[in-house]
Design a protein around this ligand. Structure first.
Ligand SMILES: [Zn+2]
Length: 61
């Protein structure tokens, strides 16, 4: 009857392990824990920038 099955399984899985961030300078993918990213402890290994954005909105397409 109800087809409202949330995709929380995947989200929870991703949260448990690591989130994917994208470097805003060189678009490199960086997997890191969100807390550390917020603290600025995570740097892009390509360009050394810590300007990262979350890559959680690219679930489709
Ligand atoms: Zn970078």
């Amino acid at each position: 009857m109800s087809s409202l099955i949330p995709m929380s399984k995947d989200i929870a899985y991703a949260r448990l392990f690591s989130s994917v961030y994208i470097c805003m300078h060189c678009n490199a993918k960086i997997r890191a824990q969100g807390a550390k990213v917020k603290l600025g402890k995570i740097k892009c290994r390509k360009c050394g920038s810590n300007a990262l954005r979350v890559k959680s909105k690219e679930s489709r397409g």
